[in-house]
Write a protein that binds this ligand. Structure first.
Ligand SMILES: C[S@@+](CC[C@H](N)C(=O)[O-])C[C@H]1O[C@@H](n2cnc3c(N)ncnc32)[C@H](O)[C@@H]1O
Length: 392
């Protein structure tokens, strides 16, 4: 038996949005520990089971609509089995052994990320509810996958809203210094301790194939390139050269290791350490223009209050890219800011082209890789946009 919390107004049973704000509840349930598993009721009627936190405006998140389903190891085992079935449909395991297994609300497990790096699993617990369930989540992963290690990289600032501290730990097993994984047969060394995100940016995997498909000849600039994912996909292109441009020394060191791992020539695939926002502000211009540019900045706004500023930064970044792109070149332009919607990003691209006085056509509009599924009832989860643009 779980404690009950009550809705002020009746919502449709199976109302599919996973969040309920504190104002939707009859009161603040201050006697419940943060992240407690509770049953949501309207009067006598069971609505759903989930977890509650009186410290946050998103007070309750749904885990199940089934009154008979207990939230325990078995619950997670069943969820993980379903996620693994999805993965079988979207990932070719003979070429790729790193992918997102659980994507929070998008996988109907609010606040939980599980990324798989071969026999290493990395989890992130974004909420108090998931933090409380850490041990059953670990047991479920161990039972189903017999991993070498589970790393908890809950070093995310967003936890503070939940009354939790960011932290990292090895939750299970032992880790070696680094792990080599393959993504479409391209090798990446993952240094979990020094990495951004859970290890690498798995969400761009399918877009990297798109760059590989379109770009066959010339020089590519990878702006905000991290460990060089987009550069590495040029491995088999004899006529391709590239530069990885990023501000992070650790990321660029990792890139150099990745080049060696993939037996790529460091003269053809170089790097540049620089602050791109400063280059943009300084109107920096490369000596030679590029045949292709990948633009994939970090998220530029956390909430709608900062959206206008983010759109203006996107205009400047795209303008910079178009200016340094040859006529006949390709711009692969991405935004991972979830509050900047598709139409906002398109506005930024069009404004950039107008202000740069050049003509462009959009060849493809894409999203994140399919192991990062989108929950149609959770628009907040749609974040990555990726455009293939031709410059006349
Ligand atoms: C979204 S990630 C890029 C992911 C990469 N495109 C990939 O596919 O793996 C953003 C990158 O921007 C870099 N970055 C952040 N601020 C920067 C700045 N001011 N100048 C250059 N790079 C920056 C980060 O180090 C990070 O590698």
């Amino acid at each position: 038996m779980y404690e009950k919390i009550f809705l002020k107004k009746e919502k449709l049973k199976n109302s599919p949005h996973p969040w309920f704000f504190s104002g939707a509840l009859t009161k603040s349930y201050d006697n419940l520990g943060i992240g407690a598993i509770v049953d949501l009721y309207y009067k006598e009627k069971f609505i759903s089971r989930g977890y509650y936190n009186n410290k946050t405006s998103i007070a309750y998140r749904v885990l199940t609509y089934n009154e008979n389903e207990e939230i325990n190891k078995e619950f997670f085992i069943q969820k993980l089995k379903k996620s693994q079935e999805l993965i079988k449909k979207v990932v070719n395991s003979s070429k790729t052994n790193a992918y997102r297994l659980v994507f929070g609300e998008n996988s109907y497990l609010p606040g939980l990320i599980i990324d798989r790096y071969d026999d290493y699993f990395v989890i992130q617990l974004h909420t108090a509810g998931m933090e409380n369930l850490k041990s059953v989540i670990k047991d479920a992963i161990v039972e189903l996958f017999s991993p070498k290690a589970i790393i908890n990289k809950s070093n995310i600032q967003a936890r503070k809203i939940e009354g939790l501290k960011p932290y990292e730990e090895v939750l299970y097993g032992e880790i070696s210094n680094s792990k080599i994984i393959k993504e479409n047969n391209i090798l990446f060394e993952i240094d979990f301790e020094n990495s951004q995100k859970t290890g690498t940016f798995l969400d761009q995997r399918e877009n990297r194939l798109i760059v590989q498909k379109y770009f066959k000849n010339g020089k590519l600039l990878n702006m905000f390139g991290y460990n060089g994912g987009f550069n590495l996909y040029l491995k088999d292109c004899e006529n391709c050269k590239s530069i990885n441009l990023d501000v992070s020394e650790k990321a660029l060191l990792q890139y150099q290791k990745n080049l060696k791992l993939n037996k790529m020539n460091e003269e053809n695939h170089s790097f540049l350490k620089a602050d791109i926002f400063k280059m943009v502000a300084d109107n920096y211009q490369f000596e030679d223009k590029f045949d292709a540019i990948v633009l994939d900045p970090p998220a530029l706004a956390k909430n709608v209050k900062n959206k206008k500023r983010a759109v203006s930064q996107y205009i400047n970044l795209n303008k910079f890219a178009l200016r340094n792109l040859k006529s006949g070149g390709l711009l692969f332009s991405a935004s991972c800011t979830s509050v900047v919607k598709q139409e906002d990003y398109e506005f930024a691209i069009y404004q950039a082209a107008l202000r740069e006085n050049c003509q462009i056509s959009i060849l493809e509009k894409r999203f994140n890789s399919t192991d990062h599924p989108m929950n149609p009832f959770f628009p907040e989860g749609i974040y990555l946009k990726f455009y293939v643009i031709y410059k006349y």
